[in-house]
Design a protein around this ligand. Sequence first.
Ligand SMILES: *[C@@H]1O[C@H](CO)[C@@H](O)[C@H](O)[C@H]1NC(C)=O
Ligand SMILES: *[C@@H]1O[C@H](CO)[C@@H](O)[C@H](O)[C@H]1NC(C)=O
Ligand SMILES: *[C@@H]1O[C@H](CO)[C@@H](O)[C@H](O)[C@H]1NC(C)=O
Ligand SMILES: *[C@@H]1O[C@H](CO)[C@@H](O)[C@H](O)[C@H]1NC(C)=O
Length: 499
Amino acid sequence: MISKFNIAVILLFHSCLAYDFIRDSLKVINQDSDPCNDFYRHACPLGHYESLARTKFASLEQEFLIQRSPRIWQNLAIQKAVENVKIGEVPESSLEYIVQYFKNRCEQKKNTTSILKKIEELVLKSKTKECRTEYCLTILADDTNCLRSASFLKKRLQKNVQLSKRKINISISAFEDFIMLRNIEIGGISFLLGSNVLEGVDQVKTFIQDMIQILSDWIEQTPWLKNYDMKNYVQRLTSEIKHVDDIAIALENDLDELMREEINFLKCLHEVGDDGELFCLLYLREFMPEYYDLKYHSNMNAFNDHPEVGFGYPLYHVAKNSEMSSKLGFVGWIVGHEIAHTLIEDPNSSELMPVFSTEAIQCIQDQYNATCEEFREESCIVADHQIDENGADVLGAQLAYKLLENYYGEKAKDEYIKLNKLSITHQQMFFYAAAYTYCSGQKNAVYLGDPHNAGNVRINALAQLPAFQEAFQCKPDSRMMKTVKKQCNIYGKDAPNQR
Ligand SMILES: *[C@@H]1O[C@H](CO)[C@@H](O)[C@H](O)[C@H]1NC(C)=O
Ligand SMILES: *[C@@H]1O[C@H](CO)[C@@H](O)[C@H](O)[C@H]1NC(C)=O
Ligand SMILES: *[C@@H]1O[C@H](CO)[C@@H](O)[C@H](O)[C@H]1NC(C)=O
Ligand SMILES: *[C@@H]1O[C@H](CO)[C@@H](O)[C@H](O)[C@H]1NC(C)=O
């Protein structure tokens, strides 16, 4: 009896104490300002703070890390070896270094057989293949004239195009990236598992399923898809989208990858000698993949690598610890945005869809043009390379808002959430929560080549949703409403006819 009682108390405490990022962020609202004037600066006034989400979740992660002692995978010999390389003091070319290393060992009258065997393996790109003719290098161990054998080795290696081009600094940064990426992913996963937000993971999954269902209905009714005879194609594409949730497998693979390199490195060192750190790194490099996936993050992040969509820890945290209207504004919008990436295309550089409605795109770009012109802070632009991101914001918000309507119905407008002195509707909460995805007290800017628009433009363009005007009772001549000329329906019965 007693133990049952204890469990109930603990659960209660847990749910009371769970940190609600959105409620906390609402404290920054400038209540003296009009949301219809500049909604972004009403929700996120200028001030001495950087991104709220980034700052808050970085400190939550920090708290989480402090409770853990350093792990073995954070203290690998291979990492120390990478840090020890002094790029300025070694030759630029890997080939040069390898030959030099061989020559030194030869001059020290050490047995060079195992070094030559390793070089043979990296030339053959195989640890098992038998060498033939000029690929057989171990025989050079029997030439006691080190100058001659080193220059002969060099000539042979120069025939290997790939090896001839390798630069040491690039190989070393490939190792740094590999170790960093695995650390980020393992860190993201352990944060996710260790702070128990799996309910949030399920919530995100449910959002995805519900949005795919809504999209499927909209696709069925979309005139331009009908005109292009593309309905089935787009239905199929939509049905392929799936949430990454192979958490345990990804963690296992990451640890395997790190440990495999560590073991290979220690084995190599054992075979060639302790001064062989850099030689062994260059040797291992030839057997590593060119590219490593990164699917789990501890910070504000999300991706669509069709068919997979994935999200950083903060989204799962909010998806567990906030009310539904906050979840939908913050998480739902980003989930919708990532799903939308599959279904929005710049027709001049299409990836998944062979055609797209230029009229739909024109509408989106016009909206961002108007928002950018009206609310420019440091900078903002409207360019073709932003079509995919701008469109994903618009469609993503429509999907998330549709879920809000389905969930609350009329209550979205007349049920109030009380917070200290504030009392806000679910409909308003949706927009506030959305604003806290990119809330920063610093002036917003766009960066050269970044397909995303400035944060304030992304948020204020949410005035596109008719619900915005309704939520804040904005007058048609308010700054926010002035930027909305036309409803951009990309999919659904009101989408353009035109191809
Ligand atoms: C050098 O080492 C190899 C094994 O790595 C061995 O087979 C060979 O006999 C050694 N050569 C000499 C001269 O000791
Ligand atoms: C590597 O060094 C070359 C010159 O040796 C330089 O041009 C290049 O930018 C460097 N690359 C990296 C990744 O540091
Ligand atoms: C695509 O390219 C054509 C020709 O360069 C240009 O006229 C058109 O505006 C572009 N459309 C979009 C949506 O970028
Ligand atoms: C918006 O459109 C107008 C008219 O085409 C153009 O002059 C202006 O440069 C555009 N603004 C941006 C930020 O692209």
